[in-house]
Every structure is written in C-alpha cells, then in structure tokens.
Ligand binder design. Structure first.
Ligand SMILES: *[C@@H]1O[C@H](CO)[C@@H](O)[C@H](O)[C@H]1NC(C)=O
Length: 353
C-alpha cells in the first residue's frame, strides 16, 4: 500500500523521474501485422484481364437487352400542319377555328409485347429553366384551402390570378403549360384501349399533390397555356398534370402518356388520331409520339452497354500492353537503381537473356 511506503522514514525515498515512454504495445510501436501490396506485373495484368472480361460481358448483356426493346418514334408536328399554314404555324395552332385533328399510320416492325408504353417527346423545350422550374407553389398543391404565403405565391407569377382576380389552383407556369395533345389508337379498325392509370410516381400522388385540393380558375387567364383540368377531380388523381410537373432535366424529354395493354404483332398498322393542339411552333420545338416496350434495363438505350464495353476494352488493351512491355523489357523487382538516370551499367543487376 502507498501509506506504508510514505510512513517508512528510515530509508530516504528516492524519487524516480517518471518515464515519458508510453507503455509498450504493438499498436504504439507499429508492430501490427500488415499487408504490403506489391504490385507485380503479373498481378496487375491479371486484374486488368479479369476486369476487362467482366465489363465486356456485362456490356454485351445489357446491349442485347436494350436491343430487344422495340421502339417506334414518329415526329408529327410538321406532318400535322396543313400545307396552307406552312408560313403561319403559330397562327394555325392559336386559332380556334382550324381543324387540329391529324391521322398517322405507324407500322410495327417487330412483335411488341404488352405493356406498350406511350410517350410524347418534346424537343427544345426548356422545362429546366430556372424561372420556369420555380414557378409553382408546392404548398398549394398539397394543402387544401391554402390562401398563399407571400414567398410561395410570388414565384407563381405571372400565372397567379385569373382575369377576375381570384387565385388560380394550381398556380404557376409549370401547371399552366400542361401538354394538351391527345392520341387515339386503333389497329385494323378496332380501337386500342389506352390505360392512363398509374402513369405518375406513387410518391408524387401520395405526398406532393393533395387528394382534397381541386383545380380552381385554371386556364382562366387571357392566354391559354395548355390543357384544362376537370375541376371535380382532385389534384392527386390528375396524373397527366403530375407527370408534367415532374420537370425534365434536359430540353429533349419524354413523358409517359399511357399504356396499351395488349400485344401488337409485327407488321400491324397502328392508326393514330392526334389532336395537334400544343404550341411548339412558337419556339421551334418538335413533337414526337413514341411507342416502346421495356426490358430489365428499361427503354432502348445503348449507353450503359457501350460504356461497359469501352471500359472493358481499355482494360484489356492495358493488359495486353503490359504483357508486351513486361515480356520485351522486364525489370527486376525491387531494384531502384534501375530507375536512376545516370546509373552505372555495372551496378545494374538487370538481366537480359
Ligand atoms: C392547347 O395548348 C395551346 C398552347 O400550347 C393553346 O393555345 C390551346 O388553346 C390549347 N388547346 C386546348 C384544346 O386546350
């Protein structure tokens, strides 16, 4: 015990200087077992070959999957313009007396298994423009009886109040510019049912658009921007609007219009009756109709496949060049003298056989 040592006055106590040395441990002495990776040429070459082969096979698999997708793209904004309006495109689309109905025939190149997805594709439409994206009030879309706070209403301008000064629901440019072309499909004189249920994200329907918020005074401004909404259907059920309001990142984009839930056979002629209402003529945009099946990689897109194959190809190329380099000019392992510029040939242990 401590007390015993201090009361023992017979022997003078020598105070040992306390050692600064930490207690020995393999951690503090850096003696833990460790792996030092030695990158030998053989190891590197094996890794490159393995990665190359894996990537190329992944690439081929996804390329084949993307190739199995059948897709029909048909641009109709030019064809659906009567020839006497070629120089007055905006006049045609804005007039209420012109006939906007337009019929097109699409030939199915290969069998298309149900479901066949219908998209409209717009080009040169900048849904990502900052003032456009912000021109909405998410609070208003969500909550019933929202009278508007200053900040979220400010962004809705210029589509905030209808001509009689009452609040528009949903306000803002995004909702106002809702796409309003419609399509009807038939094959061999029999019309095809288009299912427009569940085309929007479930989370959008559930959380972002209220089931007790109804459209009010919508498209009641001097200028009509696009489709009208049925004011007896709550916003959470207005799926076309929900799809449209999930703004696209790029100026060329596709949005889901509906699904045809029956198989289309090869060489079938699909007759499409288009109501060509939406004004893309004013800003040199284009409109296309897309019919597409899907595979496990999604729609038709060879990018992933090509990217994998490119990376795999680069790896294999590096492997081959390392093999050549290593066979032609091998360097002994762990001999740094080989690296110095002015090395003395006599001290170099390089062996050329
Ligand atoms: C469709 O939208 C355009 C604007 O792009 C508008 O001029 C036209 O009146 C709308 N037509 C219908 C039927 O909603």
């Amino acid at each position: 015990m401590n007390g015993a040592a201090s009361t023992d006055s017979s022997s003078p106590t020598v105070l040992k200087p306390r050692s600064k040395k930490p207690k020995y441990s393999r951690f503090s002495q850096q003696e833990l077992p460790a792996n030092k990776l030695i990158l030998t040429p053989g190891f590197i070459i094996t890794v490159f070959i393995a990665v190359g082969l894996i990537f190329i096979s992944l690439g081929l698999v996804s390329l084949f999957a993307s190739d199995s997708v059948v897709e029909i793209i048909n641009r109709y904004d030019v064809d659906c313009l009567p020839s006497d309006y070629k120089n007055n495109m905006v006049g045609f689309i804005q007039s209420s007396s012109t006939n906007k109905t337009c019929t097109k025939s699409l030939t199915v190149p290969k069998q298309m298994k149900s479901p066949v997805f219908i998209y409209y594709q717009l080009e040169n439409f900048y849904q990502n423009h900052r003032r456009f994206v912000k021109s909405r009030s998410d609070k208003q879309l969500r909550s019933k009886g929202f009278k508007g706070d200053k900040q979220s209403m400010e962004t809705c301008k210029p589509v905030l109040q209808s001509t009689d000064k009452s609040l528009i629901v949903p306000c803002g440019l995004v909702a106002w510019s809702l796409f309003n072309d419609t399509y009807g499909f038939s094959v061999k004189g029999k019309s095809l049912q288009v299912n427009k249920k569940d085309i929007a994200w479930g989370s959008d329907k559930k959380y972002k658009f209220g089931s007790n918020v109804f459209p009010k005074n919508f498209q009641n401004t001097d200028e009509v921007g696009g489709a009208k909404l049925n004011s007896s259907i709550p916003l959470s059920e207005q799926e076309d609007l929900i799809v449209w309001m999930r703004t696209a990142t790029l100026p060329t984009f596709r949005k889901l219009y509906g699904r045809i839930e029956q198989d289309l056979q090869a060489n079938d002629i699909v007759t499409v009756v288009i109501q060509n209402n939406y004004n893309t003529y004013g800003f040199k945009g284009t409109k296309s109709l897309v019919l597409s099946t899907t595979s496990w990689v999604g729609g038709k897109n060879s990018f992933i496949g090509l990217a994998y194959i490119t990376i795999g190809g680069i790896c294999l190329f590096l492997a081959v060049s390392f093999i050549l380099l290593y066979v032609i000019k091998p360097r002994p392992l762990g001999d740094p003298s080989y690296l110095s510029w002015n090395r003395n040939p006599s001290t170099t242990s390089r062996t050329l056989s």
